[in-house]
Write a protein that binds this ligand. Structure first.
Ligand SMILES: [Zn+2]
Length: 278
């Protein structure tokens, strides 16, 4: 449904004890016996997804390994999302923290040899797909996955090939997206400071703490003490942003990116005095 027709004639599993490692051998996945014993569905989904992304379309070079692992992790997130969107959000929050802590600081599309199968290739890769979906929308995103597989099945593809398909299908220029998330380093490290003014408006300051500038949409939700909800999504494209956000009630909490649309480390502070970010 999401990836297009299964690319091979048959599919099966060989279950053997492999110390926690499973491998997407073409059309007959090697599954570690522990996966079956512990009911780890996500591993089965991950290895199945590799039949499309990894086996049918292989990476043009080792630098493109995220096109295997990020896609397979993302497939397991789609599985989770179909079962429980709420649980999915909770898991994303956990992976976001892990991705931040484990970030190698290397570009996604150029990991060093020791990090080929590191956290970035898997988790940051999957996050990049999630954010691309947010950027171009569900329809263009899944059309992109199917078109990418259709065009490169039985062969190899690079990050540039994937970008070209995404641009063609969505009709959008995505250089800025791939530059910062795929070819660039790091991920956003944000501090969001806010204060409610006497007229009820919220003054909000967003600081980007990482070295390289990122451009993104940042959803902000506010909650009042009578469970009132409000919020808006703001465009961030500077190291420091200040803006005013109207609120019709006394705000007690600000939630930044509550639905996990953006891969970022975020600190939120209610402040009385604003100081420059740097
Ligand atoms: Zn894998």
């Amino acid at each position: 449904q999401y990836f297009g027709p299964y690319p091979f004639a048959s599919y099966g599993h060989i279950v053997v004890p492999m110390d926690g490692v499973s491998l997407e051998t073409q059309s007959m996945t090697l599954i570690d016996a522990g996966v079956v014993a512990r009911g780890l569905e996500y591993v089965v989904v991950h290895e199945l997804a590799h039949q499309w992304f990894g086996d049918s379309v292989s990476p043009a070079s080792w630098a493109d390994i995220w096109l295997n692992e990020g896609f397979a992790v993302y497939a397991s997130w789609l599985w989770d999302e179909a079962q429980s969107p709420e649980r999915m959000i909770g898991q994303l929050e956990a992976t976001e923290r892990q991705a931040w802590q484990a970030d190698s600081g290397e570009p996604l599309a150029d990991p060093s040899a020791g990090n080929l199968f590191g956290f970035n290739s898997y988790i940051k890769g999957a996050w990049v797909l999630r954010m691309l979906r947010g950027e171009i929308g569900d329809e263009a995103f899944f059309d992109t996955l199917r078109a990418y597989h259709e065009r490169f099945k039985g062969g190899v593809a690079s990050s540039a090939d994937f970008q070209a398909v995404a641009e063609e299908v969505s009709g959008q220029k995505l250089d800025w997206f791939f530059e910062q998330w795929v070819y660039g380093q790091l991920m956003p490290n944000l501090t969001v400071n806010w204060e409610q003014q006497s007229n009820g408006d919220l003054q909000v300051q967003v600081c980007q703490r990482q070295d390289n500038l990122f451009i993104f949409d940042l959803p902000l939700a506010v909650v009042g003490d009578d469970a009132q909800h409000g919020g808006e999504t703001i465009k961030v494209d500077e190291i420091e942003e200040q803006f005013i956000m109207p609120a019709g009630f006394a705000v007690i909490q600000m939630q930044v990116d509550p639905n996990q649309a953006l891969l970022a480390e975020v600190e939120v502070n209610q402040v009385e005095v604003f100081v420059p970010c740097r």
